[in-house]
Design a protein around this ligand. Structure first.
Ligand code: ADP
Length: 241
């Protein structure tokens, strides 16, 4: 499918009454195959932006297209299906189930796709190999280090081979070395074709990404891809033909 993987146009999100504006008139496009960091201080709107990109939340106004789908025209069941096949989520606190093995934690990433258990486990094994944790498949989360837990969470996010990974402060709970390992795995996934969006307030993490988008007080205030304005892709296609 052609066109950007994520396209946000004039997106505003406000909460409550009188409204607190968390995100103001944001235009942002992410092309297939990109890897970018969204950087900004606490409270600047990063999580709000990621939740909107991930269709976990709806904008107060503006349009969001994911993989060509106009999310504003979709009901909650349709958005759930879009998420299940298109987006893998990674969170700061891993969100792993404590009572089950790394393998079964990863296999839950396929629960909503109707894949039978045997195949879920087979594919989970492959996903754990991708993050270098095949030897830890039978371990429970509490038997793993923070960096290993986050790698299990990444394996769960990619087991369904979604085109997009959204990561909210994936290194926020890790020491520098484990965090660097997590960023390396995300970079490998990106090199293999997955589009990766990472929220971070850590400049060292951000500078390892090919593109940085800066947000402050709910507004985009910087983009290291200066030609990333809406319509950029159209102009590229126009220039190439
Ligand atoms: P960040 O991820 O950069 O720390 P957030 O997106 O979490 O920022 O928050 C941006 C702003 O929106 C903050 O002022 C925050 O207090 C406000 N906000 C976020 N979520 C809610 C909510 N559910 N209700 C009210 N205000 C919210």
């Amino acid at each position: 499918m052609s066109g950007p993987l994520i396209s946000m146009s004039a997106v505003t999100r406000s909460y409550g009454s009188p409204p607190t504006v968390a995100l103001r008139h944001v235009d942002l496009e992410v092309e297939r195959g990109e890897m970018l960091a969204i950087v900004g201080p606490s409270g600047s709107g990063k999580s709000t932006l990621l939740n909107l990109m991930g269709t976990l939340d709806r904008p107060s106004s503006g349009d969001i297209r994911i993989a060509g789908h106009d999310t504003g025209a979709m009901n909650d069941a349709e958005l759930s299906a879009l998420r299940a096949y298109t987006i893998g989520f990674v969170f700061q606190q891993y969100h792993l189930a404590e009572g089950v093995s790394a393998l079964d934690n990863v296999a839950t990433g396929l629960l909503y796709t109707g894949v039978p258990l045997r195949e879920r486990r087979a594919r989970a094994t492959v996903a754990l190999e991708r993050v270098g944790l095949a030897a830890r498949a039978r371990h429970r989360p509490r038997e793993l280090s923070g960096g290993e837990r986050q790698r299990v969470a990444i394996a769960r996010a990619v087991v369904g081979e979604p085109p997009l990974i959204l990561a909210d402060e994936p290194t926020g709970a890790l020491d520098t070395r484990s965090g660097a390992g997590v960023v390396s795995i995300l970079a490998e996934l990106n090199a293999a074709g997955t589009t990766v969006v990472v929220i971070t307030h850590d400049p060292q993490v951000a500078e390892r990404m090919p593109r940085q988008v800066a947000i402050r007080d709910g507004e985009l205030v910087g983009d290291s891809r200066p030609d990333a304005a809406p319509g950029f892709a159209d102009r590229l296609v126009g220039a190439a033909s």
